[in-house]
Design a protein around this ligand. Structure first.
Ligand code: SAM
Ligand code: SF4
Length: 345
């Protein structure tokens, strides 16, 4: 059994709490900067990936993630790049699954493009994963190939079906793109509802140079929501995740629909999360450059828990109050230079 409420949760001895009183309970880990797709809003087609020795080993990821769990992290999300293209990923998930069994961790999950999901869904379930996010921006095969450059729609549809068949609850993630899928949002909602999935729409974020005009692609979700409200009954749902998502129930479809709007809403006051890059840099805020170099700490101090604890304390003491994302309407330069695939979406 995977700690599903049968063992009482013990509070961590030394919880990580930032200077603004926010407990850090959610860690997102980018396990690789590599990917088998090249989505237009995420990567340039000729991306240069990191040398392997700069990327954390699976053991190093486990050590850092486990230190966070010891200090009160309840939810761990593996992302990337594409987490399922990392060799040995299932070993990592199996190892991290031990924290589910003790009840220290409430949820181990991942965000995937779905391309390798059919191969791994059953192993993920066996390791204790119960929910996954799968990204899909369109149901049109040609458009899908254009947006992802290297991806093919049937692979991802198979991945969604395999995850569902394995018992995983699937949430679909769709980046809202003014010229690509603005007219397809309802079709995606119907597809999600028919499959029993939730759907979350994401506003494009200005992360990294990608050789595309972001202002051109930017579709404000406030407008999408306004348009949907003309045709559907949208009821606000109270549940919040400590992140930038807001949820509504779409009565007519029986669908839970999320909106992630980092540019138009301020969600920072309830932020409970930090992000670990594939190279072991801890970003305390998605929209700021400040970071802590945990790779150097663990490579220098080996298995010394006190050293990593001290590094976590120091890093969290620097978590900023909020972010300053902006899509610069003149230059359309990214507000933050690193790519989403490095930090983890
Ligand atoms: N490869 C996996 C995937 O595509 O789901 C995980 C990593 S990806 C960086 C995580 C999420 O970030 C995806 O849903 C993707 O669509 C989204 N994303 C990537 N670049 C983005 C950007 N510039 N703005 C908003 N969302 C973005
Ligand atoms: Fe790869 Fe995900 Fe980025 Fe697309 S959004 S290029 S699938 S990491």
């Amino acid at each position: 059994m995977f700690g599903e409420g049968n063992s009482p949760v013990r509070a961590p001895e030394r919880p990580l709490v930032d200077p603004f009183g926010r407990a850090i309970t959610y860690l997102r880990v980018s396990v690789t900067d590599r990917c088998d797709f090249r989505c237009v809003y995420c990567m340039a087609e000729d991306m240069t990936f990191l040398p392997k020795n700069e990327v954390l080993s699976l053991e190093e990821i486990d050590r850092i993630a486990s230190a966070f769990v010891r200090r009160g992290t309840r939810k761990l999300r593996l992302t990337g790049g594409e987490p399922l293209v990392r060799r040995g990923i299932i070993d990592l998930v199996n190892n991290l699954g031990r924290h589910l069994k003790t009840g220290a961790l409430e949820e181990l999950t991942l965000t995937s493009n779905g391309s390798q999901m059919a191969r791994h869904a059953e192993a993920l379930f066996a390791a204790g994963v119960r929910r996954v996010n799968i990204s899909i921006d369109t149901l049109d095969a040609e458009k899908f190939a254009r947006i992802t450059r290297w991806g093919r729609l049937p692979q991802v549809l198979d991945g969604i079906a395999a995850a569902t068949a394995a018992g995983l609850k699937v949430k679909l993630n769709t980046v809202a793109l003014a010229h690509e899928n603005a007219d397809e949002i309802e079709a995606l909602m119907q597809f999600a509802a028919a499959g029993g999935h939730d759907l979350t729409l994401i506003e494009t974020m200005p992360l990294g140079e990608i050789g595309e005009d972001r202002v051109d692609q930017y579709l404000p979700l406030s407008r999408v929501r306004h348009d949907l409200a003309q045709r559907y009954t949208l009821t606000d749902l109270p549940h919040r995740t400590g992140g930038p998502a807001r949820y509504v129930h779409v009565e007519e479809l029986g669908l839970q629909l999320g909106f992630i709007t980092p540019l138009t809403h301020n969600f920072c006051e309830s932020c409970n999360r930090v992000r670990l890059t594939a190279t072991g840099q801890l970003f305390m805020c998605l929209g700021q450059e400040d970071q802590a170099d945990l790779k150097t700490v663990i490579r220098r101090t080996g298995t010394d828990d006190a050293a990593i604890d001290a590094a976590l304390d120091e890093a969290i003491s620097r978590k900023p109050k909020g972010h300053d994302f902006v899509i610069d309407r003149r230059g359309a330069r990214p507000a933050v230079a690193r790519h989403m695939s490095l930090t983890g979406g």
